[in-house]
Design a protein around this ligand. Structure first.
Ligand code: DAH
Length: 348
């Protein structure tokens, strides 16, 4: 016959043993092993001990049963508490407990204009101060506006499929912003002073100084008595205002079907070394320009005996390269925030 005091004694021993095992369990799986070992229905140590209850005298059974229930309750609670201990919770809570709450908060991203967009706005602002209005035209154009009206016959190499991205039925993605010259002159009489920024598209390479799509900016001035001197003086003044007082530009003779004479305009590239020294390097071509060809004026119904004008088309990405001393146009297309935010920004 089992006596009740030795059963209670064994229960208390199991309780202490189980509490120690629970405290020592270092992982949820180990804790489950402990639970099954002590509280398992069939084979748990507490259940096994209670099988001896039947051999106790009837009047001794309730007290031992009550003690057994108390021990089960204590162990159950200890198991639950241990399960929610930080070192037994998943990795998420783990890293939370490792978080350094003294780290400075991350700056919220407030948004900014892209560096090339800022250049476009700045160029337009400089020309606004010189009396020019900002206008725009469609990116899908007809052959008439993109080529023919600009004195460029369709058998000219520029109209070739090698260079131009054609759509259906004589439509194309404009290869330059010059068609906005035609649209402006068709809609208005002289005097004309406009700048027209916008996207243009070509079958071009993707390299440090070329991209198949880029933001070009057209300029046009038409009036009585306009000469090449006005063109040179205006562009030199623009370069000084955009790049700084001592900026050098040069005109090289060139050819465009819609200007006569024509020029290509280069800006001297200046590199600031880490020690702050300014080093002049190569010339970078930033625009084409020239006197509007009389045939173009005739195409829009202007009298070329009375009116003359000049025009230019500049690559704004290249201006941004010079402005920020960035070596590769492609960086402007990659939308890498670390790069873009290095160029400064605004919250416009
Ligand atoms: N449209 C020319 C191009 O995309 C650039 C250009 C040259 C524009 C001379 C002009 C100009 O207005 O006068 O290459």
């Amino acid at each position: 016959m089992t006596d009740s005091s030795s059963l209670v004694h064994d229960l208390l021993r199991l309780e202490a043993e189980a509490l120690a095992a629970i405290a020592a369990a270092g992982a949820p799986a180990a804790l489950e092993v402990v639970r099954v070992e002590y509280l398992g229905r069939q084979d748990g140590k507490v259940s096994r001990l209670l099988r001896h209850l039947g051999s106790l005298p009837v009047e001794a059974r309730p007290a031992v049963g009550a003690e057994a229930n108390r021990v089960k309750g204590v162990l159950q609670e200890a198991l639950e508490q241990r399960a929610s201990a930080p070192e037994l919770m998943g990795p998420e809570v783990d890293s939370m407990s490792a978080a350094d709450l003294t780290l400075p908060a991350r700056q919220p991203w407030t948004g900014a204009r892209h560096p090339v967009t800022r250049v476009v706005d700045e160029v337009c602002e400089i020309f606004r101060a010189l009396g020019f209005t900002r206008v725009r035209g469609p990116e899908v154009e007809t052959e008439w506006y993109n080529f023919v009206a600009l004195n460029t016959p369709l058998d000219h190499p520029a109209a070739d499929e090698q260079d131009t991205l054609y759509l259906d039925e004589g439509m194309l993605l404009r290869s330059h912003t010059s068609p906005v010259q035609i649209r402006t002159m068709e809609g208005h009489d002289p005097p004309i002073r406009v700048v027209a920024p916008g996207w243009v598209y070509r079958r071009d390479s993707y390299d440090p100084t070329h991209t198949p799509a880029f933001l070009q900016l057209e300029g046009l001035a038409v009036d009585e008595g306009i000469t090449f001197v006005d063109l040179k003086a205006t562009l030199a003044e623009f370069a000084r205002r955009f790049f700084g007082e001592d900026t050098q530009i040069r005109f090289r003779p060139s050819f465009f079907p819609f200007t006569e004479p024509s020029a290509e305009v280069d800006v001297k590239r200046i590199v600031i070394r880490p020690d702050g020294a300014r080093v002049e390097t190569d010339w970078l071509e930033v625009m084409g320009a020239g006197m509007v060809d009389p045939a173009v004026l005739e195409n829009v119904g202007y009298d070329p005996e009375r009116y003359t004008g000049w025009a230019f088309g500049m690559g704004t990405g290249r201006l941004a390269l010079l402005r920020h001393q960035v070596p590769d146009l492609r960086l402007f297309f990659e939308s890498d925030m670390r790069f873009l935010s290095q160029l400064g920004g605004d919250s416009a």
